[in-house]
Write a protein that binds this ligand. Structure first.
Ligand code: MLT
Length: 406
């Protein structure tokens, strides 16, 4: 008789953002008059930039003519896209990454969930706590995380690296040696960053103990401070220990368009096996490539007009981030993030749990945010707000929060 993958049965609840979305819908159904403002999931609200739209239109027209029609995309992605990525994201920044080390995909969420497949189930993962839930859930689905303890909200076979106010929400090298280390900077959910020297310590450590770092740089476009690395490959030795994930969702508004890429350097080996070959094998077998139209849109992100327009879009969201940060501070909240990242991380007032504050905020300000505890136990008593709303909604949400009694 058929059996299910019972690792799925060990997963607690539903995916964090599904729960948040369901609670919002339930509240809205019960209070149809409420103008609920969503500052929860990091979903963009600004329309696609003109340079991207032009590229999309052009590519759609090409698909309508026999001479320019394209079928399956090349396994790794079109060269026109991989070349601009290698040149502008890496070579221009002094990082030794070539186009054939770049794998184009439909986004960093799926890559961050899928990358664990090329590693043995015997590997032990280390994650920041709080953390983007996909890293842990995908390893749980694969059967790598042991058993789940409802009381501590932790998995028995995961190394948690607490990110707290005491360490400025940046994980410290754990006592127990991990095999796979997930790092995300600028960080989701806390908005924290590390400087280049701190990231170099991770690279040196991973090379020393033979671990691999999965480096999620989805928010790199939001970096505003000079000493914050945009790529892990800015660090010496990263080619032999790190895989980097990038997204077009946040820097170019592609959350609904879908495009990302993963970098697997050819020097990166485990047990003498090149991981590049394994990921290429996986990609070739399980994925048919991001659509031509979308890859052309991705190319436009790197054009002079695209870059200029997107710089403005990022500045728009960062202006929201500043408004939230300043507004909450003024209202007496303890806040961080929002300087190199589109997320503001705040301490819940009066010792409320994260979910209590979620309900309170929804009811008293009609604002939806994301409970910190949904990202891990060290996120308890914290709360995340996103800067990806419209400016008008952001201002209104902050004004409502300021007016709310706590
Ligand atoms: C988030 O809100 O944490 C992100 O939007 C989720 C994602 O990018 O998948």
């Amino acid at each position: 008789m058929v059996k299910v993958n019972d690792n799925y049965l060990k997963l607690p609840g539903s995916y964090l953002f599904s729960t948040v979305g369901r609670k919002q819908r339930e509240y809205q159904a019960a209070h149809p008059e409420a103008k609920v403002i969503r500052l929860s999931i990091g979903d963009v609200t600004q329309p696609l930039a003109p340079a991207i739209l032009d590229a999309l239109h052009k590519a759609v027209d090409e698909m309508g003519k026999a001479e320019t029609f394209r079928g399956y995309a090349p396994d790794l992605g079109y060269e026109f896209l991989r070349n601009v990525i290698a040149d502008q994201d890496y070579k221009a920044k002094g990082c030794d990454i070539s186009a054939d080390e770049i794998f184009v995909s439909d986004g960093a969420k799926s890559d961050s969930a899928n990358i664990q497949e090329i590693f043995s189930l015997d590997n032990k993962i280390a994650v920041g706590d709080p953390v983007y839930p996909v890293y842990v859930d995908s390893n749980a689905m694969a059967g790598r995380t042991g058993s789940y303890d409802k009381n501590t909200e932790t998995w028995s076979n995961v190394i948690y690296m607490p990110c707290t106010a005491a360490n400025h929400f940046a994980p410290e090298i754990p006592k127990e040696t991990p095999d796979l280390i997930y790092l995300c900077f600028p960080n989701n959910p806390t908005g924290a960053t590390v400087n280049k020297a701190q990231l170099q310590e991770w690279v040196d450590y991973a090379n020393k103990v033979g671990a691999v770092i999965i480096y999620d740089a989805a928010y790199e476009a939001y970096i505003s401070e000079p000493d914050v690395p945009h790529s892990i490959y800015e660090c010496e030795g990263a080619r032999t220990c790190a895989i980097e994930l990038r997204s077009f969702s946040k820097n170019a508004g592609f959350t609904g368009v879908r495009l990302g890429f993963t970098v697997v350097p050819k020097d990166l080996k485990a047990e003498g096996v090149a991981l590049h070959g394994l990921w290429a094998r996986r990609h070739g077998t399980k994925y048919n490539g991001a659509p031509y139209i979308i890859q052309r849109a991705g190319e436009a992100v790197y054009s002079p007009e695209g870059r200029e327009q997107l710089k403005k879009q990022v500045a728009y969201y960062m202006n929201n981030a500043k408004y939230i940060y300043d507004g909450l501070k003024e209202a007496g909240y303890t806040v961080s993030g929002g300087v190199n990242a589109p997320y503001i991380w705040l301490e819940t007032p009066n010792g409320m749990t994260s979910w209590e504050f979620f309900d309170y905020l929804l009811e008293h300000a009609n604002v939806v945010g994301t409970p910190g505890s949904g990202f891990g136990p060290s996120g308890e008593h914290y709360f995340r707000l996103t800067a990806f709303g419209s400016y008008e909604n952001t201002v209104e949400a902050v004004d409502r929060i300021k007016a709310m009694k706590i």
